[in-house]
Design a protein around this ligand. Structure first.
Ligand SMILES: [Zn+2]
Length: 321
């Protein structure tokens, strides 16, 4: 009898849940729901339960064949107790996700951070196979990263290791969502590029991006379309982001001397020139010894790295605790 685990990836705007075959790591059935309007513990909780209900019913699998549930959460997580401590985008505070799911479905549940589970998925089934010292960097709305040391995730003293997005790249720089100034995320994330483009448009410069996107939601795909049309503003700010991101990655390469850097997230997945430009410049900016051997790869599981990684949390916790 096949055995399955459920993996859930809860981001700022959507929840993606999948039934994952234990043996192969393949997603055999999935449900995706939007969470744009839902905010706060109660509403997000409801959405998680509804999504799981839908997944189990429509996936047509007996609950007895589901070994565990794993969930990756976009925020600070108490991994031991399955609590989402804080998630600014979701407006959740001290939210006991483990208890919520176990109470209703009676399936053992594990929680992790969204970047951590995506890195786990890539390590076991994606771009990280065969490597031991890896930095996984996801560039989207924000910039998240996870450090893999000797085949295991390095959590640090409080479980917050790998916050490359809040590496300071300009001492007197732009304000960041973390409350600080000059963080890499404020220069090289999709939201950073978006706010630069919108600022320029506000000042009266013309951009083709206004033909595809309204001013409240510029996606990576809109940016790609405008780049393909050689839009001046979009090209300028994407190049600026590449300069900062490659500088940040070069610093991490110098500091950590990884075998492999895996890059993923919306900007990387949607825009080849962004990926290629970043790795080319990062190699030039890093010191010759670590730059000489480091490999770069794109994340291979696309939207599924989080779901697949989350489904592995039960075994992962047993191995690392
Ligand atoms: Zn910051």
């Amino acid at each position: 009898m096949e055995k399955y685990s459920i993996g859930i990836d809860l981001g700022g705007t959507k929840i993606l849940a999948g039934i994952v075959e234990k043996q192969s790591g393949k997603v055999i059935f999935e449900v995706k729901n939007k969470t744009k309007k839902e905010k706060g513990n109660k509403k997000i909780g409801q959405k998680i339960l509804e999504t799981l209900d839908e997944l189990i019913k429509e996936g047509n699998i007996s609950r007895r064949d589901i070994i565990s549930v794993g969930i990756g959460l976009a925020g600070q997580v108490d991994r031991k107790n399955g609590i989402l401590i804080n998630a600014a985008n979701l407006e959740c505070v001290n939210f006991n996700v483990k208890e919520l799911i176990e109470k209703k479905f009676k399936i053992e549940t594990f929680a992790g951070n969204d970047v951590e589970v995506a890195a786990l998925g890539e390590l076991k089934y994606g771009a990280g196979r065969g490597f031991k010292d890896i930095i996984c960097i996801f560039v989207g709305t924000g910039i998240g990263s996870s450090l893999i040391k000797d085949g295991k995730i390095h959590y640090g003293a409080n479980g917050s290791a790998g916050e490359i997005g809040h590496m300071i790249v300009d001492l007197n720089g732009r304000a960041c969502t973390c409350g600080g100034h000059g963080c890499l995320e404020a220069y090289a994330s999709r939201s950073a590029i978006e706010s630069r483009i919108l600022g320029a448009i506000k000042k009266g410069r013309a951009s083709i991006i206004t033909d595809f996107a309204d001013s409240s939601s510029i996606s990576s795909k809109h940016i790609k379309k405008s780049l393909d049309a050689r839009d001046e503003i979009v090209t300028q700010y994407v190049n600026e982001a590449i300069e900062y991101l490659s500088g940040g990655i070069a610093s991490v390469i110098n500091f950590y001397n990884p075998e492999l850097v895996i890059l993923g997230g919306g900007l990387i997945q949607s825009i080849d020139d962004f990926y290629l430009g970043t790795i080319k410049k990062a190699r030039v900016k890093a010191l010759p010894v670590p730059a000489g051997t480091v490999k770069f790869k794109k994340a291979e599981l696309d939207d599924y790295s989080g779901v697949i990684g989350a489904s592995m949390l039960s075994e992962w916790r047993q191995q690392t605790n």
